[in-house]
Design a protein around this ligand. Structure first.
Ligand SMILES: N[C@@H]1[C@@H](O)[C@H](O)[C@@H](COP(=O)(O)O)O[C@@H]1O
Length: 182
């Protein structure tokens, strides 16, 4: 769904690397069927346009699977991402940089400040199903807002309320504070 801008595919914190290490290296997907945004693209706009077009050329995505950022981002759609946003270059907000610094030796200066990401429209308008995996106490507030907050670009994950087929997979820690009200 997204990739840090400026990280090579073999950088251990790139999403390329993550996906290969944890999934593609263990299954027999054909390489030509693996599509991840290129964080080293010279022409960023063309890279994003091609990615969006490729999704549409296949008639959409059967299953979008992602996580939830501390302030409600899905993929790297930070606060302010609009309903009609598509694959594009995005700036990461401070809370995302702080949260993701754990993967960069806890040094915020090493976290890329930009990324390429599918947009809200890319997810909502092109997927049969969306699955969001939410783990840990630090996601309690974000998960609660995702479900309860009125749909608002200030909290992009609230857009998921408008998709007809969303599955949220959460652990007890992520739902602890409000599970009795569900
Ligand atoms: N770009 C990713 C997001 O796509 C992901 O949703 C988020 C939460 O990930 P995790 O569930 O590992 O905390 O992390 C990053 O910011």
């Amino acid at each position: 769904m997204d990739e840090y801008l400026g990280l090579s595919p073999d950088h251990p914190q790139s999403y390329h690397y993550f996906m290969h290490k944890h999934l593609f290296d263990h299954v027999n997907f054909r390489p030509e069927n693996i599509n991840i945004l290129n964080g080293l693209a010279e022409d960023v706009e063309a890279e994003c346009a091609q990615y969006e077009a490729k999704i549409k050329s296949y008639g959409g995505i059967q299953l979008f699977m992602g996580g939830l950022g501390p302030e409600g981002h899905i993929a790297f759609n930070e606060a302010g991402s609009t309903r009609d946003s598509i694959t594009r270059k995005v700036s990461l907000v401070q809370s995302t940089i702080a949260a993701n610094s754990r993967f960069f030796e806890n040094d915020e200066s090493k976290v890329p400040k930009f990324a390429l990401s599918v947009g809200i429209s890319t997810v909502l308008d092109n997927s049969a199903e969306v699955a969001i995996i939410v783990l840990g106490k630090n996601k309690q507030k974000a998960l609660s807002e995702t479900i309860r907050h009125p749909v608002d670009s200030a909290f992009p994950s609230t857009y998921l309320q408008t998709h007809g087929n969303v599955l949220i997979v959460a652990d007890f820690e992520a739902v602890e504070s409000f599970q009795s009200k569900l």
